[in-house]
Design a binder for this molecule. Sequence first.
Ligand SMILES: Nc1ncnc2c1ncn2[C@@H]1O[C@H](COP(=O)(O)OP(=O)(O)OP(=O)(O)O)[C@@H](O)[C@H]1O
Length: 606
Amino acid sequence: MPKAQRNFFNLTKFWQDNSLILKEVKSFRKIAILAVIFSFLAASFEGVSIGFLLSFLQKLTTPNQPIETGIGWVDMILTSNVWSISPIYRISLLILLSTWMRATFNYFSAIYTESAQLHLADSLHKLIFEQLQSLRLSYFSQTNSGELINIITTEIERTKQSFSGVAFLFTRILTVCVYFVVMFSLSWQLSIISVLIFALLGVGLSTLNKRVRETSFGISSANAKFTAIAVEFINGIRTVQAFSTQEFERQRFYQASTNQLNAAIKVVMAWTMVRPIAEGVATTALISLIVISFTTFTLPVASLLTFFFVLVRVIPNIQDINGTFAALNTLQGSLENIRGILQTHDKPYLRNGKLKFPGLKRSIDLVSVDFGYTADNLVLSNITLTIERGKTTALVGSSGAGKTTLADLIPRFYDPTQGQILVDGIDLQKLEINSFRRKMAIVSQDTFIFNASIRDNIAYGTTGASEAEIREVAKLANALEFIAQMPQGFDTNLGDRGVRLSGGQRQRIAIARALLRNPEILILDEATSALDSVSERLIQQSLDKLSQGKTVIAIAHRLSTIAKADKVVVLEQGRIVEQGRYQELLELKGKLWKYHKMQYEATQSD
Ligand SMILES: Nc1ncnc2c1ncn2[C@@H]1O[C@H](COP(=O)(O)OP(=O)(O)OP(=O)(O)O)[C@@H](O)[C@H]1O
């Protein structure tokens, strides 16, 4: 049986399947226990007040008869001579008291159930965040961000409801047990017949519940697709407008929304059917019982009345139980999605080392390194390369040759599939990765600009930077001039992903951010690609200054930016084809010479 088919009736399986989520209840167990206790007390007092109400009605209709509820201790209280007020007032007072008690318990039960739900959502948010933080980049390149957002928002919201569902279910089951005890004390024969009827009803309804469960997976996947399309549409709005694909996007969006609607309607159709069917069958059972009891069993009228009165109370409770099972089943898809993100066996984690990185002394060495994003396709083959401390190593090659991939191996965004990376002779995987990354700065083609002020964006990742230091790096990155022209200077908010900046401005902020870290190791991936030639020259000068004494790995298409590098490494289809000083390689008249000639000719024709 596939996991998805397991249901709420099988509590062991339910626990096993959802233990990753249920474990979280531990962090707010006091609130959860109080929620259950108060819900139970509220439900019990509902039963108590009904009992008193029955006695009240009896007393009104037959005032001369002694009070007989069929439950000894209640009768004793009501008929006791210790009290000086008349029985009808005693019952009224008891009804009032029990109703107020029930209302109070209901109030606390609502508070604790709601808080428990909110705590569950909060714990799941944080748990998923920790999980995402510990995963490698490769997980994110294979997962749709819209689907992840859907899980963190919608699916957690839906899962949250399952807590109140389970608490409600628990109290209803306990209440029904209490009612059954009363019923058995009144007539065991009638009770057995009732239990049998309810059991048959339960078995019949489980088929319906299975259908509800199946439909719930449809709604989860429709929600995920809808969020993914919505996120993509918002993120890609520039491209949508530029390519006039509004109609195409409209169709995609409308279709996803309609699919979501249809999936939700299927769930509603399936689960709303459970309650009326349960109601119809239960009422039929009740009428049959009345007929059987009048013709077969002889019971005192008061007991028979109480029995049926209790039975009448049991039925809506049983309906509630079935209804809640059905409602919980509609949440199965969400639970499955959250489980999917939390389970660990199928995800790539970074195995962190223990050694603190004290700073680079000699070199970073790549020894016979192979790497592929997938097992069957190597992107880097047999890379052996020494990146010397304090020197600039430039990576050159055609688009797709593997330059970025090679640079990504240094901060361990990915690990080699074969071979080793040694940092001063120590395997990189043995280093505590954050101690290594803290000594490093990366300026890449797609540096992320946060929806925060310019100041916060520059200071991102560097704690305790002073105003003067931030200004200084902005000046060095040639950014001071455009920042001064912004409406609120350094306080200007940059908007989502820095939409309020030009490409070149974004890059200068990224460079300032890297400068502020004062890194030992600097990775520059096309760091000056979005700049005009004047800005490029200015930035190149500041990068040259920044690079002095630092270990730099620079990737550049424009050879002019790396002409002064200490070592140039030429990559071709994932292999190193040449390495040496720029001039030496030119004299070889090999690959670099070809690139050089091509770029020189291109510049001439410009
Ligand atoms: N996350 C990824 N998953 C799968 N394949 C990838 C991924 N990133 C890059 N590749 C593939 O790896 C190969 C090398 O890409 P890489 O980005 O390293 O090249 P590059 O030399 O930096 O190119 P460019 O100069 O265009 O930036 C390409 O064929 C690319 O399609």
